[in-house]
Write a protein that binds this ligand. Structure first.
Ligand SMILES: *Cc1c(COP(=O)(O)O)cnc(C)c1O
Length: 404
């Protein structure tokens, strides 16, 4: 259904119908969970013949939906539907799902480095991604330079002859700093290096890095794509050329494949992605504007604020802003942050985000990563604004911030 570019409908319609064919499943409006590890064949010859076919040709011949299924680590019909849908939502040719966001991120990074390679990444990249680049990949002689990244010239001046990957996470973790996707993609292309962008914060509803020339887009689908705090999942999207190699190598060989049941829940989450994102945006914008005027708050980090220092980048690359923001308290200590979150009633204390529920978490960053004094620690409170009623959330924040 709608598998040709010329009759591609809007985002909401893609969420509802793209890559689905109820007629294949007795008219079932929801596709079944293919909870099987393997697919069998009537004859050995049939299986052997299938292996000799170009997978793209098999897809084309079958109207773009069914293809050759053999083993669920490689492909599965339920997962296939989600992968096609997410690829369409990102404006990419192909997607592969993974068992977690980190499964997707490590596969994408491994596909762009080799021994001796150099990577450039933003200082405020997601913690485990930082550890992977800085500590784990060191044993394979891969080195990394962390840059502020708000100015694309930071990437340019960190380039080395052996740089093979410019990594982006826009907006980034805790302080929601953006990088200029188009400018960094151009720098990478001149160097012959690849670009990867972690697009978890915006979701494909608000940002499509592929449109700006980024090669691979990764998501923690645990967050907005799943949207219900009931799965751990990841996805990588990109061109067919890059993705076919990644599918055969990092996906099949490292094997962090998504389970079909989780794929089915991910599909269910995606059906409501547009309405959820609108509500997250509406609530978060109102709360960010209100918190900025609050006497207990020193600073609000949210790309949706009209006077955000990166407002021009927001206008260029984001169609909207999500529900994740951070604040600095006027008393910027660990104790004050803990007191604030402990007093909240509707906001639960927890580390993830992207679900229906509001969350709060004190988070520390070395000041050095934000251009501050080495050795100093900066305390933030990260807030995920959920789907609850705005007035209830505001009241809750207000009573928790009160000095009494
Ligand atoms: C949570 C998160 C990840 C990791 O995803 P998992 O599904 O937990 O493995 C990656 N990037 C960002 C920005 C995240 O917030």
């Amino acid at each position: 259904m709608f598998d040709r570019d010329q009759d591609r409908p809007h985002f909401e319609t893609l969420c509802a119908h793209f890559a689905e064919d109820p007629s294949k499943f007795h008219g079932a409006v929801i596709p079944p969970i293919f909870q099987n590890s393997l697919f069998t064949f009537p004859t050995y010859e049939e299986r052997a013949t299938n292996y000799q076919l170009d997978p793209t040709e098999v897809e084309e011949a079958a109207g773009g939906i069914s293809r050759f299924y053999d083993y669920t680590r490689v492909t599965n019909p339920t997962t296939d539907i989600v992968e096609r849908k997410i690829a369409a939502l990102e404006g990419a040719e192909m997607a592969r799902c993974f068992a977690s966001g980190m499964g997707a991120i490590s596969a994408a990074i491994f596909s762009c480095v080799r021994a001796g390679a150099h990577v450039i990444a933003p200082q405020t990249v997601y913690g485990p991604t930082r550890q992977l680049l800085q500590d784990y990949l060191k044993r394979f002689q891969v080195s990394v330079t962390f840059v502020d990244g708000a100015d694309s010239a930071d990437y340019e001046s960190a380039l080395r002859p052996e740089t093979t990957l410019l990594y982006l996470e826009s907006p980034s973790t805790v302080v929601m700093r953006q990088q200029d996707l188009e400018a960094v993609a151009q720098i990478a292309k001149r160097q012959g290096a690849a670009t990867i962008c972690d697009n978890s914060w915006a979701s494909p509803y608000f940002q499509n890095p592929i449109h700006f020339g980024v090669d691979l887009v990764v998501h923690s689908a645990t967050k907005y794509l799943g949207g219900h705090s009931d799965i751990v999942a990841g996805v990588v999207v990109g061109s067919r050329e890059r993705m076919q190699r990644l599918a055969m190598e990092e996906c099949c060989l490292l094997g962090a494949t998504l389970d079909p049941f989780a794929a089915w829940l991910l599909l269910r989450g995606i059906r409501t992605l547009p309405v959820r994102m609108e509500r997250h945006q509406q609530n978060a914008k109102a709360i960010a504007l209100w918190l900025r005027e609050h006497p207990a708050i020193a600073e609000v980090y949210y790309p949706g604020l009209p006077d955000d220092p990166q407002a021009s980048l927001t206008a260029k690359q984001l169609r909207g802003t999500s529900g994740l923001l951070s604040v600095r308290l006027k008393r910027p200590t660990r104790e004050a942050a803990a007191r604030f979150v402990n007093r909240l009633r509707y906001f639960q204390i927890g580390c993830s985000w992207g679900g229906f529920e509001s969350l709060a978490l004190p988070m520390a960053l070395p000041a050095e990563r934000l251009g501050g004094t080495p050795g100093e620690t900066l305390w933030f409170v990260r807030l995920h604004i959920g789907q609850e009623h705005l007035e209830d959330l505001q009241k809750d924040l207000d009573q928790a911030l009160r000095e009494d």
